[in-house]
Design a protein around this ligand. Structure first.
Ligand code: AMP
Length: 457
């Protein structure tokens, strides 16, 4: 099935063809005709499913009619983080190559005056984080009474970040008759309540089971000692022995740990950047750009900063800390195994509390996560090994959902990542991973995530 049957305009179809996309993803296929029919849409989809284009493409088509008025944006897209807002803006640039639309980004951490000047000129698409949007509105510099279409993206992340009261306020500032497109990866009760309150007879489009993990990702646990320096040592060994590591995101639970780990990795000669909420906007943008372009190999990040980021080719995820909320695990590992690529996600387990948190994750994702039997810290700190919460007496492997019966084959090889003294990164080129078959039930996942999976056997 091609894009041509969805009802998109010629200009949009030409831009899509120019990007090289041949087939709409399931969320695009199911949502776009309803958006064009002016229906409210409740889209339950994770990042990586193509959900951004599912709203950007029909919006571009609809915005071809009519024009913008000063200080009265025609459409409004709410994003939880500045990076996600910037990413959506990039999508408008990419897919809107044949359009003359004014797109404005209203995010914190950058000058009010430039944003104000843009609003004065009239805006077709306003992409905003909730706090800064309300600031502009309260100053009387922005009217939301002309908004014909409202997109609320990553709603469950908005909830985690405490933005729901802001969202409720914004929903009351836009006209009752607007069209609303609402995207969330999960449906906790608070999100359910918001959808009932602010969506009018929505079409529900669901392309992944809430809290499902990406089938193309090999998930493993690695034992570690409990002290921070032991964990850092374990991480370094894991990274150095990783197979096929092109780039990796390392997740920490706390911002200050992001900063500490970043400095430590730098000291040990790794090619690394950091991303957390306390960095100013220009530093965050620069760090992300460097990582995207492959100028640095590792990105140490907090959950909030990294949520939803579209970095298409991440080969490895390391959970330096087991996430406190099991949901975050799903979002973290969603950074790899994207768009048909294979990925590896390794979680450090240091102590009984971590083991408990892992058990909660396994319950949520409905599958066990095996330990690597050659976990680098296993020999380094045997006295620190966490008790096995599943009664496994050794590191033996059980069959996982992917039909992978022996994760010991997930071998480790010496140093792929590092930095020579002159600061340039060096990498060896590992052989391409061999495909493996997946026999798990992943029928809820979009087709382009379900291509044969590649891991090194
Ligand atoms: P998103 O879920 O919006 O973050 O998109 C995930 C990635 O999929 C982005 O890199 C998009 O450029 C890419 N993508 C979106 N639509 C398609 C499509 N129809 N075919 C192939 N890739 C796509």
């Amino acid at each position: 099935m091609s894009f041509s049957h969805l009802g998109l305009s010629e200009k949009v179809l030409a831009a899509v063809a120019a990007t090289g996309y041949k087939t709409p993803t399931p969320i695009q296929d199911q949502a776009i005709p309803h958006v064009l029919a002016r229906r409210d849409v409740l889209g339950i989809a994770q990042t990586g499913t193509g959900k951004t284009a599912a709203f950007v493409l029909p919006m571009l088509t609809m915005l071809e009619q009519g024009r913008a008025r000063a200080r009265m944006p025609r459409t409004l897209i709410l994003e939880p983080t500045r990076e996600l807002a910037a990413q959506v803006e990039e999508s408008f640039v990419k897919y809107g190559a044949n359009h003359k639309l004014n797109v404005a980004l209203i995010i914190g951490g950058v000058s009010f005056d430039n944003q104000d000047a843009k609003l004065t000129r009239g805006v077709d698409v306003l992409i905003a984080t909730p706090g800064r949007l309300l600031d502009h509105n309260e100053r009387g510099r922005l009217l939301l009474t002309g908004v014909e279409l409202l997109v609320i993206d990553e709603a469950d992340r908005m909830l985690d970040m405490g933005f729901i009261p802001d969202i409720e306020r914004i929903c009351k500032l836009v006209p009752f008759t607007r069209q609303t497109l609402f995207f969330t990866a999960t449906m906790p009760p608070e999100i359910q309540r918001i959808t009932e309150q602010f969506l009018h007879n929505p079409v529900r489009v669901e392309v992944s089971r809430p809290a499902s993990t990406v089938a193309a990702t090999t998930q493993l646990l690695a034992r570690s000692g409990r002290d921070p320096h032991e964990k850092r040592d374990t991480l370094r060994r894991l990274i150095r022995s990783a197979e096929g590591l092109k780039n990796a995101i390392v997740f920490c639970n706390r911002k200050r740990d992001v900063a500490t780990l970043f400095r430590s990795l730098l000291r040990h000669g790794f090619s690394v950047q950091a991303l957390h909420g306390d960095m100013d906007q220009s530093a965050r943008t620069a760090a992300l750009e460097q990582f995207r372009k492959g100028e640095v190999t590792l990105l140490v990040a907090s959950d909030v900063a990294a949520r939803g980021l579209d970095v298409p080719a991440v080969s490895h995820i390391y959970n330096f800390d087991v996430p406190i909320h099991a949901d975050d695990y799903v979002h973290r590992i969603g950074r790899t195994g994207r768009a048909g690529r294979s990925g590896v996600a390794i979680t450090l387990v240091a102590g009984a509390n971590d083991a408990k948190a892992v058990a909660a994750i396994e319950k949520l994702i409905g599958q066990p996560i095996p330990f690597m039997d050659n976990s680098p810290a296993a020999s380094a700190a045997p006295q620190q090994q966490p008790p096995d919460h599943r009664g496994q007496s050794d590191h033996r492997v059980r069959s996982d959902h992917h039909g992978q019966s022996d994760h010991r084959r997930h071998s480790h090889r010496p140093a792929l990542v590092g930095r020579s003294d002159d600061g340039r990164s060096r990498r060896s080129s590992p052989p391409a991973p061999r495909p493996r078959q997946d026999d798990s039930d992943a029928s809820h996942l979009p087709a382009f995530l379900l291509r044969p999976i590649s891991v090194k056997a």
